[in-house]
Design a protein around this ligand. Sequence first.
Ligand SMILES: O=C(O)CCC(=O)C(=O)O
Ligand SMILES: [Fe+2]
Length: 471
Amino acid sequence: MQFGLYRTTPLAAAARLSSVLGKMTTNRGMKSSPDARKSLTDNERGQPSILNMEEFPSLSATKSIPYRKRRNKIDLITTSERRTEAVVVQNIGPLHGEASTSINDSYDTSLPANFGKKTPPSFCRKPKPGQNYQEHEVSTSINDSYDTSLPADFGKKATPSSFTRKPKPRQNYHEHEASKRNSNFSRGTDVDEPFDICFTEPRKSSHRRNSSHDKNSGKWVQKVQSSEENVHLEDITEKIDDVEYSVIERGEVLRPGMVLFKSYIPISEQRCQEFGRGPGGFYRPGYEDGAKLRLYMMCLGLDWNAQSRKYGDIRQHDNVKPPHIPDEFTSLVTKALDDSHTLIKQNFPTENVEDVLPKMSPDVCIVNFYNTNGRLGLHQDRDESKCSLRKRLPVVSISVGDSAEFLYGDERDADVADRVLLESGDVVIFGGESRHVFHGVKSIIPNSAPRELLENTNLRPGRLNLTFRKY
Ligand SMILES: O=C(O)CCC(=O)C(=O)O
Ligand SMILES: [Fe+2]
């Protein structure tokens, strides 16, 4: 797959991720059997595999891009459950927006008065005047509610009362109710079976997306139908003026050493058609007790073994050496860290920003692909070298495809964890004080990938995540 972005803009100097996702070739094309289903424990994690990269288009993260036309809400209802269970995902955008969760109320597209206007991103927490960095951090501890905080029941099954909840003003993200659809996470495969994350044939009937303009509401209404999963989804998209936000405006310091950049990688550059194809591609890792992680995995640079939790030059199940990390990806990571430093310095004046978030040049990338039923339990990334951990070198994480409900916090407890929606093109970085933050993927939001990405790449339903580290 190629993350293909070429940047010729002045800003483009930076991050060119080309085919990190680049071009891996191979003829593996295993398809998971729809019958092969298995539920797994929550405490899973995965990674390994290989890519053959030849040329990768560059992926640049420096361009200031229109701050998306966001889906306002998604009401996802399986045909058979239409009356009983629904998923409502409201995804107006991180800057402005409202949330409501309701089954029948889910088409309420009202937005805050300032929606779509260029105002300082409310997800960028800034210290109050006179506050220094530490004071700010104390005042914004985990249990405080920020502009970015989500309702306490975010991601939890809706209760009758929440069906009628009205949107709160100035919320950045949208609540969503995840329907407990039948598991369609494929058991995957034995460890040596390949898995392609992009369909090789154009999706014909399996995904049909149409949009039309509703003259009454003035909004774009998008309908998506997946006959494959017997899912009916209606996606109401808010058409907003193209407003450009700089990379820094799209950044937020989530906690000391932890930064989120929204839409850091333009959709046009999130190309992954060839990614993971060929020797060393995706496989379904398992633990020693036979349980499988609820994701597919492959690695770049070094292999990470889920059973031993150790890194190595060769992955054990097929003796393949992981492909190297393309230079474009390394540049992207460097650029993201530089931008993080700019953001941190802007918001929290500090003598040496590298004390807050050290620089890092990656030699490992763990690539995960989550089906729509995939997830990853809360965990810490502690398998890197003592030196890397001692220096608290950051992990840089890139998301592509369907959105994820990402949890993070000081404890391995989903109930008290903070959460954020990671959408296609978002970048999260955690290092320094946050290097050992617990984190995990609670759920993947079905049908939330940008249509343009699906059209460009034929990416199958699910989410691709790349985490760059220094061993
Ligand atoms: O998918 C993600 O966002 C997190 C992945 C992760 O934590 C890991 O691979 O260690
Ligand atoms: Fe992790």
